[in-house]
Write a new protein. Structure first.
Length: 267
């Protein structure tokens, strides 16, 4: 009799346990369905943010004005998506930690979205071989937003400079053209110097490359090349367009046959 009673109790326990597990699984599935629905709505909003683009064909002041108008809108829209994803993860993390992890993973991809957008926006303005998406043609504020706060700034009557570790942008603001007249407003750099590892130009140039590797990267993109006068230097005028109407000066300094300094300059 006792054995039968224990058997019945065991069956009852298993039945109750099965009901609990079923309830938990059902609730979990319900939460996952709601989470996925809300996530899909946020991702749809992100698609709309990604449609914010600078109109093609703009140049000069018109391009700058468009960037000034649309860049804050793009950044604010991304911040709104990020805030919604953060709230979504916090809302469902009690049901299952995987929901918050999922939302956080998407948030990570947003961190560089605006930087990528701004690099694409300034690309039509760039002259010479740009580095890390910026260079001559950018405004100072665009360089700072893309590369971050410089480790050192210099500002004098005739010079403005942003210094990063192994990368320096400067604007020499008086080459004699003004003849004592007031200098025009500072727009952006007229030269940059790349000496550090970890940077790459649009053509793929990095410190430490051999002469052969450098020339292969620039093959078909030069209007002038002097690589025989002095083995320590390569002097070139870079312009990938067929007519070479916008060629820019580039100087490469070599040590033991490898690049240790790239200079891109208007003058």
């Amino acid at each position: 009799m006792n054995c039968l009673k224990r058997f019945r109790n065991s069956l009852l326990f298993l039945f109750v346990l099965l009901l609990v597990i079923t309830a938990v699984l059902t609730a979990g599935c319900g939460e996952e369905e709601k989470f996925n629905k809300e996530k899909a709505e946020i991702l749809e909003e992100l698609k709309q943010v990604q449609l914010i683009k600078i109109p093609k064909g703009l140049e000069g002041d018109a391009l700058d004005a468009a960037i000034d108008e649309m860049s804050p809108k793009h950044k604010a829209a991304l911040e709104q998506v990020d805030a919604r994803l953060k709230a979504l993860g916090e809302k469902y993390e009690k049901a299952d930690a995987k929901f918050k992890a999922d939302a956080e993973e998407i948030r990570k991809t947003l961190k560089q979205e605006h930087i990528k957008w701004l690099k694409a926006a300034v690309a039509p303005k760039l002259k010479g071989d740009p580095v890390m998406g910026v260079g001559i043609g950018c405004r100072w504020k665009e360089i700072e937003e893309i590369l971050g706060e410089p480790i050192e700034r210099k500002q004098t009557a005739g010079l403005k400079e942003f210094k990063y570790s192994g990368l320096v942008f400067n604007e020499i603001r008086d080459h004699g053209e003004t003849y004592g007249q007031p200098l025009p407003p500072s727009y952006g750099p007229d030269a940059y110097y790349m000496t550090g590892n970890g940077y790459k130009t649009a053509c793929g140039i990095q410190v430490g490359m051999t002469k052969a590797e450098l020339l292969e990267c620039y093959k078909g993109k030069l209007s002038m090349l002097d690589d025989h006068t002095d083995p320590r230097f390569i002097i070139m005028r870079y312009d990938p367009t067929p007519d070479h109407k916008h060629a820019y000066n580039q100087y490469m300094q070599l040590t033991d046959g490898k690049l240790n300094r790239l200079i891109v300059a208007k003058h």
